[in-house]
Design a protein around this ligand. Structure first.
Ligand SMILES: Nc1ncnc2c1ncn2[C@@H]1O[C@H](COP(=O)(O)OP(=O)(O)O)[C@@H](O)[C@H]1O
Ligand SMILES: [Mg+2]
Length: 344
């Protein structure tokens, strides 16, 4: 396998061209026994298959040609392939193809579910499991960033579990990954995980790209992943989203952003009161509204030995979690529904 030597991701374009020239044409059922669908996201489906000649089990990601550009498919495949040697990133077999209706590639089969599936709504998952997961995801993201790339879709659905207790996890889905420094105008992603600098550019529903206004394009930077990483930690520790989106119309976000901007020690917003001061210090750095002041993902390691959640029995009454008790009477959004496929 060719090493992605340069840290600016510049070999990706060349690899995409080479892959385009040798992309095999095959029909899925002639080469693979399709056993069942094991996953579905916004852009593709993942099928559990066995290779017809060798019997090897694989997870085949297939994307309809009708909604997938060849360049986008090639980028996802090439970026995935060249990061797949990391132990916390999903492995690939080096098989990419097109059929009459699909583009596809073969991935290592990860037999546990994804992290989204094990979050208990309104409860989350145990702190020790959260820490084990996030240390591994941080290591995967550091590796991605060190190759001059940004994942751009860090969320529980894209973190795959090798076992039920989250001992080992792998980051997947490089469908939105891009080279650091790519200038973007049109924003895609999942709203609760999108940083304020992205949300201010997100299209209001029902508007097309031509209505984008005059906002300057945004440079894709690792700090976008840091933000999503911080939101994921909140989600899996609590079973709630911290906010819908980072705009001044979202009162959950405003409360948090106000707390971040206070010079003096302020009382933390209600939704955050179950966390220790050390955890709040970490969140303040991961979720700094100013991208330039954010942690790098690896800095989370300095906090894993500390308690993140207050011990329930010691928590004063005012600190007991009541996610509905905010400045407004709105309810925090519970993590329960997956995003519908093909919804932006
Ligand atoms: N290698 C794999 N092994 C097992 N399940 C997988 C694998 N890759 C993806 N999945 C499952 O399929 C879902 C969709 O795959 P993903 O690559 O995220 O597609 P999309 O780009 O459409 O979001 C994931 O959320 C996960 O549940
Ligand atoms: Mg996905």
């Amino acid at each position: 396998m060719i090493e992605l030597g340069r840290a600016d991701g510049s070999q990706i374009d060349e690899l995409m061209e080479l892959t385009a020239q040798s992309l095999s044409q095959l029909e899925i059922k002639e080469h693979f026994n399709v056993i069942k669908e094991i996953g579905r996201g916004k852009y593709g489906r993942v099928l559990l298959v066995t290779h017809r000649c060798r019997g090897t089990p694989m997870a085949l990601k297939v994307m309809p040609k009708s909604s997938t550009k060849l360049q986008g498919f090639l980028r996802e495949y090439c970026i995935s392939l060249h990061l797949s040697c990391h132990p916390c990133i999903v492995g690939l077999f080096g098989i990419a193809f097109q059929s009459a209706e699909h583009y596809g590639f073969a991935q290592e089969l990860v037999i546990g579910r994804d992290l989204f599936a094990v979050i208990q709504p309104k409860v989350g998952i145990p702190e020790s499991s959260v820490k084990r997961c996030m240390v591994q995801v941080a290591s995967a993201l550091e590796f991605i960033h060190s190759h001059g790339l940004v994942h751009r879709d860090v969320k529980p659905e894209n973190i795959l579990l090798l076992d039920a207790s989250c001992c080992r996890v792998k980051l997947a889905d490089f469908g939105l990954a891009q080279k650091r420094g790519t200038m973007i105008r049109y924003i895609t992603g999942t709203l609760p995980y999108m940083s304020p600098e992205l949300c201010s550019r997100a299209l209001p529903e029902g508007q097309g790209e031509e209505d984008m206004g005059t906002d300057p394009p945004l440079s894709v930077e690792p700090s976008l992943d840091t933000w999503a990483f911080g939101v994921v930690i909140f989600c899996i520790l609590t079973g709630y989203f911290p906010w819908e989106r980072c705009t001044d119309t979202d009162e959950f976000y405003q409360e948090f952003a106000d707390w971040c901007h206070e010079e003096v020690e302020e009382e933390v917003p209600p939704l955050w009161r179950k966390f220790t001061p050390e955890a709040m210090e970490m969140f303040g750095k991961l979720l700094s509204p100013e991208a330039g002041r954010r942690f790098t993902v690896g800095e989370v390691r300095a906090y894993v030995e500390k308690d993140w959640l207050k011990k329930q029995q010691q928590a004063p009454e005012k600190d007991k979690v009541n996610p509905n008790a905010t400045a407004t009477s709105n309810e925090a959004r519970v993590i329960e529904d997956r995003e519908k496929p093909n919804k932006t």
